[in-house]
Design a protein around this ligand. Structure first.
Ligand code: NAP
Length: 436
């Protein structure tokens, strides 16, 4: 029997569990730990609430979760409730699938001002992550600024732009919907330190900006490179740039009835966040030039007004006591997923925050291949039996998958009309909802 522990129940965690079941079938036991009482990580708290079709992948993880081979143990934080050394003693392999839940620091003065948020916090807020549920961003100003030109920047811009009616069918949490109902935002400026050819935005997500009820994207023609230069781009990126060209070609009549403008500002690197009387007021931006693919400051600066600022510049993995950590890269140092004997990583914790949900599937299968090479038939460790003993000794309140199903039933029952669920946004309510 092989005993496998997976830390983190997001896509990387569940695809790895799926791979383990494929590899060993009944000859393995897989325990998936999560510090939250609810599973699915990024699917629940990262993927945008209006992208329900992406969230539907959780149904596939449920198939892996049901049965005796794979077990969910929620409300258990590895590194706090159980030390990593205790886990490696109990299991043949411990695989860290903890993702990248922290914001990459915005390295400019003023980044700690009020109403300046990283995307982990802001996205966590509208998705009901317990850590960020109380964020309460001030949406009373007219100007929002988003730093970064990736898909997260697009998610944030779209969510800030939608009307209440456009959230129908989404599981955006009530506290976010309520604040957004009274939002005064008129412009959302998306700042990219490089140019249109270097955006990290994908066509489907960009195209959504053309279908917003009260918002319209704006790109200045002068910022676009000559059309023939798009030929050298790969097809996906060419599609994205073609959409930017479509945005630039929109006519005044296309904008006429739109109250909100989503402005793309390229070659613009933020250098300073300004405050007035403790309130965020603006952002100083330096024009850049592209040199060998990198953004280099030109020395020319300008100011843009900002009442709300969200930096969407990527994520970092959280360190775990007892596990080596690469501070610069913001993830665990590893060789093809191997960190140390019996200790592995997978997904964003392994390779950094890039790729789609689906990228984690081959990643999960690849790490299980390495584990299989290393552990043979298992070393007779105690696995979940040993964990259960430890959990009892420490009075841990472990949430099972069956418990989660009850929590989910309660969330579905509480849904407002047209919504798939109303999420619990604090740990106590989640735990209470599992019932006796
Ligand atoms: P990302 O794709 O890496 O984009 C980060 C952006 O931030 C880039 O434009 C980057 O510019 C910029 N940036 C980084 N450091 C900066 C700095 N110091 N100052 C100014 N700009 C800076 O990251 P992401 O948007 O967080 O997305 C993470 C992953 O999740 C991606 O793979 C993304 O595709 C995926 N995702 C997918 C979806 C979807 O499919 N619907 C939705 C959300 C996220 P440079 O290029 O110049 O570094």
């Amino acid at each position: 029997m092989r005993h496998i522990a997976i830390v983190g129940s997001g896509p990387a965690g569940y695809y790895t569990a799926e791979a383990a079941v494929k590899q060993w079938g009944e000859d393995a036991r897989v325990d998936i730990f999560d510090k939250l009482p609810v599973p699915f990580g990024l699917i629940r708290t990262g993927v945008a609430p209006d992208h329900q079709s992406i969230k539907a992948v959780a149904r596939r993880y449920e198939k892996t979760a049901i049965g005796d081979t794979v077990r969910f143990a929620g409300n258990v934080e590895i590194g706090r409730d159980i030390a990593i050394e205790e886990l490696t003693e109990l299991y043949d392999a411990v695989i860290l699938a903890t993702g990248a839940p922290r914001d990459r620091d915005l390295p400019i003065p003023g980044a700690d001002s009020a109403n300046v948020f990283g995307s982990a916090a802001f996205v966590g807020w509208y998705n009901g992550h317990p850590e960020y549920a109380a964020l309460a961003p001030d949406l009373s100003g007219r100007h929002a600024v988003i730093i970064g030109m990736g898909n997260v920047a697009l998610d944030v811009a779209r969510i800030l732009s939608k009307t209440e009616a456009e959230f129908e069918g989404s599981d955006i949490v009530a506290h976010a919907l309520e604040l957004m109902r009274d939002s005064n935002i008129e412009t959302i400026t998306i700042l990219g330190r490089r140019g249109p050819h270097q955006i990290m935005m994908t066509p489907k997500e960009l195209g959504e900006l053309l279908r917003l009820e009260r918002a319209v994207p704006r790109v200045e023609n002068a910022d676009l490179p000559p059309p023939e230069s798009d030929d050298m781009l790969d097809p996906g990126q060419r599609k994205s740039v073609t959409l930017l060209r479509e945005f630039a070609a929109l006519s005044p009549s296309d904008r006429a009835d739109k109250a909100l403008s989503i402005n793309f500002d390229f070659f613009a690197s933020p250098t300073l966040i300004e405050q007035e009387g403790g309130q965020l007021s603006g952002l100083v931006v330096e024009r850049t030039e592209l040199k060998d693919g990198r953004a280099v400051g030109s020395g020319e600066t300008y100011r843009i007004p900002a009442d709300l600022l969200i930096s969407c510049i990527g994520y970092r993995t959280s360190p775990i006591v007892g596990v080596p950590f690469d501070e610069r890269a913001g993830r665990f140092p590893n060789e093809e997923g191997r960190i140390a004997p019996a200790l592995y990583c997978v997904g964003w914790a392994k390779r950094g925050p890039s790729g789609t949900i689906g990228t984690n599937r081959p990643d999960g299968y690849a790490v299980i291949e390495k584990v299989a090479e290393d552990i043979g038939e298992g070393a007779g460790k105690r696995g979940r039996e040993g964990f259960d003993e430890l959990a009892q000794k420490r009075a841990l309140d472990v949430v099972t998958f069956r418990d989660w199903q009850r929590i989910e039933e309660a969330e579905i029952a509480a849904a407002r009309s047209g919504a798939p669920r109303e999420k619990f946004v604090d740990i106590e309510s989640m735990i209470a909802a599992r019932g006796a």
